[in-house]
Write a protein that binds this ligand. Structure first.
Ligand SMILES: Cc1cc2nc3c(=O)[nH]c(=O)nc-3n(C[C@H](O)[C@H](O)[C@H](O)COP(=O)(O)O)c2cc1C
Length: 163
């Protein structure tokens, strides 16, 4: 799949099969996150991989819309170092989700609304914070990938020279 097709066909989905994600595939995904650019190349992230059911359930309780997390075979929490920016976390997260999709693995990012809860559940060091949790799994069905949410037409969001 070329990059453009990967970007255009990627849908955020919360319905996964039980099929395990091979270690080599997961490593490829994590390597894609590692290669993201960041402000001054500070690489302010760490990635915490969760496979354990109890750990996933504990994390799911920290977000308001995180009920789907335990259903995913793998979660990756993107943790930011002190002064790390959300834009950097987003770049790493999107890299991982796109490379996963290239491998036929769908994903859905979810915010941890109770940050202290997420930090406690993951044991992150003082001053670090959980920017986002990514759920990864093979899609449950073709339908689960089509939520039909349209994007804003290009003409409405692109401006030339000035707003
Ligand atoms: C229950 C639920 C929780 C989500 N939480 C977040 C979130 O916290 N942050 C985020 O960037 N996207 C979150 N998403 C994903 C966005 O909703 C998604 O990117 C957007 O709807 C576009 O989806 P599509 O690419 O499948 O059309 C969530 C989705 C669902 C269904």
């Amino acid at each position: 799949m070329d990059a453009y097709t990967c970007i255009l066909t990627k849908r955020d989905s919360r319905a996964y099969t039980d099929q395990a994600i091979p270690e080599a595939t997961l490593e490829r995904v994590l390597r894609a996150g590692r290669m993201a650019g960041s402000a001054k190349n500070t690489q302010p992230w760490s990635f915490i991989v969760l496979r354990d059911a109890a750990g996933k359930a504990e994390l799911a309780a920290c977000g308001q819309f995180a009920q789907h997390l335990p259903a995913a075979p793998v979660l990756v929490a993107v943790v930011l170092a002190p002064n790390g920016g959300d834009f950097d976390a987003g770049r790493a997260a999107q890299n991982m989700m796109l490379v996963a999709w290239e491998e036929g693995i769908t994903s859905c990012p979810v915010a941890m609304h109770d940050r202290e809860c997420a930090s406690r559940a993951l044991g992150v060091p003082e001053g670090h914070r959980v920017a986002m949790v990514l759920a990864f799994g093979y899609p449950e069905s073709e339908e689960s990938l089509h939520r039909g949410i349209p994007r804003t037409p290009l003409a409405e969001l692109v401006h030339h020279e000035r707003w």
